[in-house]
Design a protein around this ligand. Structure first.
Ligand SMILES: NC(=O)c1ccc[n+]([C@@H]2O[C@H](COP(=O)([O-])OP(=O)(O)OC[C@H]3O[C@@H](n4cnc5c(N)ncnc54)[C@H](O)[C@@H]3O)[C@@H](O)[C@H]2O)c1
Ligand SMILES: O=c1ccn([C@@H]2O[C@H](COP(=O)(O)OP(=O)(O)O[C@H]3O[C@H](CO)[C@@H](O)[C@H](O)[C@H]3O)[C@@H](O)[C@H]2O)c(=O)[nH]1
Length: 467
């Protein structure tokens, strides 16, 4: 029989742990959910009296408001929450390794291992441990070995894989109405009983036909594969955008025509300045590393090309800006609109804007940045990380963060749209044009603005995927 889940602990109060477990708390008022993190500032923000939660995500505050203090708690008491829980989500970060074996492609599993060891050391009763983080195939086996080697007598641990598919910016809707929930378990009676217990939690709001139960390794691999295939679509359409620019075909028309085939479908075919975010590149590189470790070099090369095409797309875009501005942007002011990796998030991890700005800096341009959500401190931290050899003072001589799009455009030679924020559609472009140096250029990296309308004002407009 499936054990009954009454208390959940989530280790990691980040972009995934926070929203995912807040939604579980709202949908399962009979379950006590405690989200813990070692980062005291993050927990303080989740607990702030005015609901100034640490991540920007539409609809998230309403969810937290409904359940916080009722059956949803945020705490730094990791041990206490582990001890009382019957099910524990491990939702910690799994970034790409920066040094050592597999540097640059393998996942850094240090945080997962530390969380697993903590569970083993603290637990005095049996637990279901759920991998929520995105991990390489067969990580559950390492977790089981660690747990079993360190557990107290009479404690058994069942490990499940339950990868998360939410996308930032639409996380709450994705969690309320997921396309599917994936649960992987060992195909033993105990493994299946643990899986049933988690199915019962999700069944409080997700139709059971959308809850897929599979083997552990399939579940772990499906998460990497899903991201790789989504990113592959973007790299494919971006590769085609280069052909469009050289031939006079229009990438929007091409995507529309391709996506009309029901076998292909219309989503994720929007050409852009390149995909960003904390997941796509990391998870594909993880798949590349896995393929190499399995002595499958052709498979590894196939997936690596998706990331290489993305790098090419970003480089190509920066070069087009320089080429169009008469082969030099030295001393010229460029307004970069958008710094987040996509609209409706304040997350900047792997944002294409960072690469573009670094390229503009190395051409000795002056850069004005405006983003409606990203904290200024985050922008400075990202630019500093992108150019570790430069001091923050020297970066600040070249870069200014502005309070509005119009302010960023003032005295600029060119506007670069790096993120598809809706508010950029409502910019008073006549006003922007008035205060820019002439000729005034717009580079639309997101196929966002009406190029013809801007041309009528006087702008010279360059759009991804158009000649
Ligand atoms: N961001 C997304 O949209 C998304 C979507 C699906 C899956 N994922 C995956 O989910 C995982 C988490 O991603 P994220 O974006 O939420 O990361 P994040 O960096 O926002 O959050 C992770 C949190 O875990 C905390 N942490 C690390 N080790 C800990 C420990 N031992 N004890 C307690 N807390 C600890 C960190 O302090 C941090 O706050 C990653 O594996 C990621 O690939 C992310
Ligand atoms: O047609 C498209 C769609 C997206 N993008 C870009 O691709 C990146 C990623 O976008 P998106 O997938 O919407 O956001 P993420 O939050 O990174 O979500 C992805 O990564 C998550 C973490 O693993 C998964 O859970 C999600 O299912 C998966 O969509 C962003 O830079 C987008 O601007 C495009 O350029 N063109």
């Amino acid at each position: 029989m499936a054990p009954k889940v009454t208390k959940i602990c989530c280790i990691g109060a980040g972009y995934v742990g926070g929203p995912t477990c807040a939604v579980i708390a709202v949908k399962c008022p009979h379950i006590k959910v405690t989200i813990v993190d070692l980062n005291a500032d993050r927990i303080a923000a989740w607990n702030s009296p005015d609901f100034a939660v640490p991540i920007y995500e539409p609809g998230l505050v309403d969810v937290v408001r409904k359940a916080r203090g009722r059956n949803l708690f945020f705490s730094t008491d990791v041990d206490g929450a582990i001890e009382e829980a019957d099910l524990i989500f491990v939702s910690v970060n799994t970034p790409t390794k920066k040094s050592g074996v597999g540097a640059g492609s393998a996942a850094d599993l240090n945080y997962v291992e530390l969380a697993t060891r903590r569970i083993a050391n603290v637990a005095n009763s049996s637990k279901i441990v759920v991998e929520k983080s995105t991990v390489p195939c067969r990580t559950a086996e390492s977790m089981r070995t660690i747990l079993e080697a360190n557990s107290k007598p009479n404690c058994r641990f069942d490990i499940l894989s339950n990868p998360e598919f939410l996308a930032e910016g639409t996380a709450i809707n994705d969690l309320f109405s997921p396309d599917r929930v994936l649960i992987g378990s060992l195909q033993t009676p105990e493994g299946k009983a643990a899986s049933d217990a988690l199915v019962e939690v999700y069944a409080n709001w997700v139709p059971t036909k959308q809850i897929l139960t599979v083997g552990l390794w399939s579940s772990e691999l499906s998460k990497l594969a899903a991201n790789a295939m989504l990113a592959q679509r973007i790299s494919s359409i971006n590769a085609l955008s280069a052909i469009c620019e050289a031939t006079g075909a229009n990438i929007d028309e091409v995507s529309h025509a391709i996506g009309y085939d029901s076998r292909v479908g219309p989503k994720f075919l929007k050409a852009s300045v390149g995909f960003g975010g904390s997941c796509f590149q990391k998870d594909i590189l993880n798949l590349v590393y896995l393929s190499e470790s399995l002595h499958l070099p052709e498979v590894a090369a196939y997936w690596r090309q998706v990331v290489e095409m993305n790098e090419y797309q970003k480089r190509r875009f920066s070069k087009r800006v320089v080429d169009t501005l008469f082969n030099t942007i030295t001393g010229k002011k460029i307004a970069v609109l958008g710094f987040a990796f996509k609209a409706d998030t304040g997350d900047t991890r792997e944002s294409a804007a960072i690469t573009l700005i670094k390229d503009f800096q190395s051409e000795r341009a002056l850069v004005n940045i405006y983003d409606p959500q990203v904290a200024h401190s985050q922008i400075w931290a990202d630019l500093q990380e992108a150019s570790p050899q430069a001091s923050l003072d020297s970066i600040k001589k070249q870069v200014t963060i502005c309070g509005s799009a119009l302010e960023a455009c003032k005295d600029a030679e060119a506007v670069v749209i790096a993120t598809e924020w809706k508010e950029f559609l409502d910019i008073d472009w006549e006003e922007a044009y008035k205060h820019m140096n002439k000729p005034a250029f717009v580079f639309d990296g997101r196929l966002l603005v009406d190029a013809d309308k801007l041309r009528k004002i006087g702008f010279k407009v360059t759009t991804i995927g158009r000649a």
